[in-house]
Design a protein around this ligand. Sequence first.
Ligand code: GUN
Ligand code: ZN
Length: 443
Amino acid sequence: MSVVPAPLDNNSCDTAIRASFLHFDGDPDQRGDACEYLEDGLMILRQGRIQMLEPAPDLIDLLPDGCLLYDYSGRLVMPGFIDTHCHYPQTEMIASFGSQLLDWLRQYTFPTEEKFADREHADKIAAFFCDQMLANGTTTGALYATVYPQSVDAIFEQAQQRDLCLIAGKVMMDRNAPAALLDSAESSYRDCSELIRRWHLHGRSYYAVTPRFAPCSSPAQLEVCGQLLNENPDLYLQSHVAENLDEVAWVAELFPQSRSYLDVYDSFGLLGPRSIYGHCIHLDRQDRERMAASGAAIAFCPTSNLFLGSGLFSLEDALAQNIRVGIATDVGAGTSFSMLQTLAEAYKVCQLGGQQLTPLKAFYLATLGAAESLYLDHRIGNFATGKEADFVVFDLAATELMQCRMDNASTMEERLFALMMLGDDRAIQATHIMGKRQYSRPS
Ligand code: GUN
Ligand code: ZN
């Protein structure tokens, strides 16, 4: 009779990871025991999916021959970060000086995005962007491409080469932008339909209908967005709303019949599950009620909101009204690819609003909370059995300062807080996608 438990034969275990593990099986604000921490754990994988996570001493001697063991003893492993709003074409204009949203779009963004008519340029930046995601422990992203369909092909191809989970779409804009960047209601319908057919629900790729924001789309084009959502199952929709006060005033002029900026999107049927709205700083109570009732998500973009001087998002108000919230870098208005740095700035934004973002809540929002906000928590977000094994390996002593601070920390929560305040890409030792190591920090 075999003494090896059924799950641990060669058919059910091809990879194992030994490390300290931390993940969530719920919202730590709702349930005191939602955070699971295993000091010395062993995670067993089969074909990129999680089979079990148990104390290592119970299992380590039972691994079958031929099982690939990654020994990260002494390191902390968490689910990969999920970036809920980002613009890959803006990578090379990150940190552009001096303006707020509308001028920043005209001065820097539009000229930069025009370069993506060139497929070779799009390929080059898409590859660099995906490598930056991996180097920062980000394993899933909701991304904007540009108005050019080939820029969408470029990012999905690069993501698929690395097995990244990706939500992305062609930016739609048929007015109020340079002529070279304009599509039309009809052409955007054709282009998006073709891109949906090519990419949506293929492997780990999801298509997002992506009207840039209400000022850049005519009512006819917003209608097309609603039509695409109706015609195709499980599509995402992503856009910007209520980021900047001049923008809000402009939308009020363009759509005088709408009660609010959010109401413009709502009136075209663009608010529902799998709708992701960036920023949402200047929403009112009624808007937030609609966000919550519709099942849409807010992408909270702290570095971007500070960089463009857009305002202080109230996380407390959003959560109090039960809206789904994820955290986002929003590169290139955001100033870092690092979700650690993004959490640090989220903490400071909350401080300025008299609110507190605890480290447990912060890491929840960047992992399982984000997966829930995107309706992807059946696939990713934590280490539950059956989920896809996307994870990041942290080195908590990556710098001398981090080492010094960690030596003086007595609880896991203290260490997590120091990690998010002091950490960046230097703290990412490795990033795994579907169990496979896709990034390893140069030594
Ligand atoms: N609103 C419309 N387009 C953009 C963009 O590219 N970045 C940000 N931050 N806001 C926007
Ligand atoms: Zn954005």
